[in-house]
Design a protein around this ligand. Structure first.
Ligand code: PNS
Length: 163
């Protein structure tokens, strides 16, 4: 059974993340979307809110599970008996950061591989931080995130209608 873990902050999940999950489902038997509990990073959504949004967005995908972890990703991988870390690459600017993470993880465990999927061009500019910035000013994010995430953003930022 090929198990892949897709780790990240997912604050919140975007269409870019979702595209990667949908494509990876066709490659792996089981895909675990794992939300990092990171107390040093100020998040907009709680872990539970983020997990709920991911569950809702991936409910059509039977081989996807949603979980959370804290501490080292490699320790979580070992606890799940998973050998593949999934990450998306949007643009060349992602490469250095991703290379660093993949190299550290390789140092920590020889057996675990990081597999990268290139973002669909349509989504290559979407990031959770951009989505939050745009949404915080009340602008339309319908093309960037699933509708339930859009609703949650509106609620967080305290408005109901787009500009
Ligand atoms: O979506 P993000 O915030 O870019 O994801 C980063 C993530 C979660 C993959 C990375 O920060 C991580 O794995 N953190 C857990 C701590 C860890 O294992 N650190 C060593 C490798 S950077």
């Amino acid at each position: 059974m090929k198990v892949a873990v897709y780790p990240g902050s997912f604050d919140p999940i975007t269409y870019g993340h979702l595209d990667l999950v949908e494509r990876s489902c066709k490659i792996f038997d089981r895909v675990i979307v794992a939300v990092l509990i990171n107390s040093s990073k100020k998040a907009l959504f709680t872990i539970e809110e983020r997990k709920e949004m991911i569950k809702e967005a991936t409910k059509h995908l039977p081989n996807v599970e949603v979980d959370h972890f804290s501490g080292l990703l490699i320790d979580y991988m070992l606890s799940m008996n998973a050998k593949v870390i999934l990450r998306g690459l949007r643009a060349i600017s992602d490469f250095e950061y991703e290379l660093q993470i993949a190299s550290i993880n390789k140092k920590l465990s020889e057996d675990i591989e990081t597999v990268f999927l290139m973002s669909n061009n349509k989504h290559s500019f979407i990031s959770s931080s951009m989505v939050k910035e745009v949404a915080s000013y009340g602008a339309d994010v319908t093309e960037l995130v699933p509708s339930q995430v859009e609703k949650a953003l509106k609620k967080k930022y305290g408005y109901d209608k787009t500009r």
